[in-house]
Design a protein around this ligand. Structure first.
Ligand SMILES: [Zn+2]
Length: 422
């Protein structure tokens, strides 16, 4: 028979090495081992009555860590969201600035067109002023020639006019003609001067407008420059925020990976937890273990009864299952009895096709009825302490004909924890 091993994780540092290994061959005649077993049971009774590889506490602990990591991730994500929000508003500001600069450029273009228009007008006026000056100069020259001629031939000329005039009337007429010619010349000159001055005035007006347009152009150019500077600043801010967003997103991803790891661990632990507590978690020779607990609190065989104090034969094993835990049919068969059964309390018996009968005692409640067919793993009732019992446990028997067999003999490959009642 294989030696049964009590995991050292359960024993911890308890100095009871002698009872770490219980030789099953000698377990019924273990008087020389009774003291270490009692000591062992005493220390074990101080430990939580939990004998699974995965406990709910462990799952809760990993969940707690996972949830803390989730909080960190959410806080980090909030930072990313805030930065993104800030960046979006800077992007909006930049778009508005770009629209303004676009409008300013259009205004500058219009302004340039106006300046070009006025440049044309001014050029026209310059040409007109020059033309007027030329006419003026010509006329002035003509007038000068005439005056010079008159000066050179002044008196003789008058004498000629006198001699050549037939009458005073003719002379006066001649003199009037000279005067009229002079007046006409002067009038023409005045007219030319006036035209030139009008052109010059217009040119000056145009130039004044052009100066105003140039001044406006400078203002617009300054505006454009300022807007472009603001756009550059906004762009820098967007890039700076992007860098921060990228860095913080990397942190979020890192934390998320950690969260995924923990979440996966929770899933694995839960799956293991459920597997350990599912029917068939411990399989034996033709039977499955009848409950999720693997703590043996009393062996089959002769023992001192904890309540009566009498030495008597114990017809099965007691399994330390928590009250309310499901109790499963150890194999398929038919329920031969289900109900109150004296010291057994609420008790279920199942007849199996292979000739064995299994018995489940001290049930808190019964979930099957007599005559019912069950499969291995069908819940037949719930762990309790009805009948003659000091606390919640399952009394489990395997019978063959009229004989009581040791159920543990059918589960030689099972891993059990022995927390034997004194
Ligand atoms: Zn019992």
């Amino acid at each position: 028979m294989a030696q049964r091993w009590i995991p050292s994780v359960i024993l911890g540092d308890i100095p009871t090495v002698s009872c770490k290994i219980i030789d099953m061959k000698n377990r019924r005649k273990s008087k020389n081992c009774i003291f270490p077993v009692l000591l062992c049971a005493f220390f074990l009774s101080l430990l939580p009555r939990q004998a699974f590889a995965v406990s709910q506490w462990e799952i809760d602990e990993v969940k707690r860590k996972r949830d803390l990591v989730a909080e960190q991730r959410n806080a980090q994500q909030q930072i990313v969201d805030n930065l993104t929000g800030e960046q979006n508003s800077v992007i909006d500001e930049k778009l508005a600035l770009e629209q303004s600069v676009s409008l300013t450029r259009e205004q500058i273009d219009l302004n340039n067109q106006e300046i070009a228009l006025y440049d044309g007008l001014i050029q026209e006026k310059i040409a007109e002023v020059e033309a007027a000056k030329a006419l003026e100069d010509e006329q002035l020259e003509r007038y000068r020639v005439r005056v010079r001629a008159m000066e050179e031939n002044g008196v003789p000329s008058l004498l000629v006019m006198l001699s050549e005039s037939d009458s005073l009337r003719d002379l006066l007429t001649a003199l009037d003609d000279v005067g009229a010619i002079m007046e006409s010349d002067r009038a023409l000159e005045d007219q030319y001067i006036a035209a030139r001055k009008a052109h010059e005035k217009k040119q000056a007006e145009y130039e004044e407008v052009r100066v105003e347009l140039l001044a406006h152009k400078s203002v617009l150019e300054e505006e454009r420059k300022q807007l472009e500077l603001q756009i550059d600043t906004a762009q820098e801010k967007i890039e700076e925020l992007q860098q921060q967003i990228t860095e913080n997103e990397a942190l979020v991803a890192e934390i998320e990976a950690r969260w995924q790891e923990l979440d996966q661990r929770v899933g694995e632990l839960q799956a293991q937890y459920e597997k350990e507590r599912a029917p068939g978690n411990i399989s034996g020779d033709g039977f499955i273990w009848p409950c999720s607990a693997n703590i043996i609190t009393s062996l089959a065989g002769t023992r001192t009864h904890p309540v009566t104090g009498q030495e008597r034969y114990h017809s099965g094993v007691d399994i330390g299952c928590p009250a309310g835990d499901p109790v499963w049919a150890a194999a398929s068969g038919t329920v031969s009895s289900a109900g109150w059964n004296g010291n057994y309390g609420n008790c279920v018996m199942i007849s199996h096709d292979n000739g064995y009968t299994t018995v489940y005692g001290h049930l808190d409640s019964i979930a099957v009825s007599s005559g019912q067919s069950v499969s291995a793993g069908t819940t037949v009732g719930y762990c309790g302490s009805t009948g003659l019992a000091t606390g919640p446990h399952l009394h489990f028997e395997i019978r063959s004909g009229g004989d009581f067999l040791d159920p543990l003999d059918f589960f030689s490959g099972g891993s059990f924890v022995y927390m034997l009642d004194a």
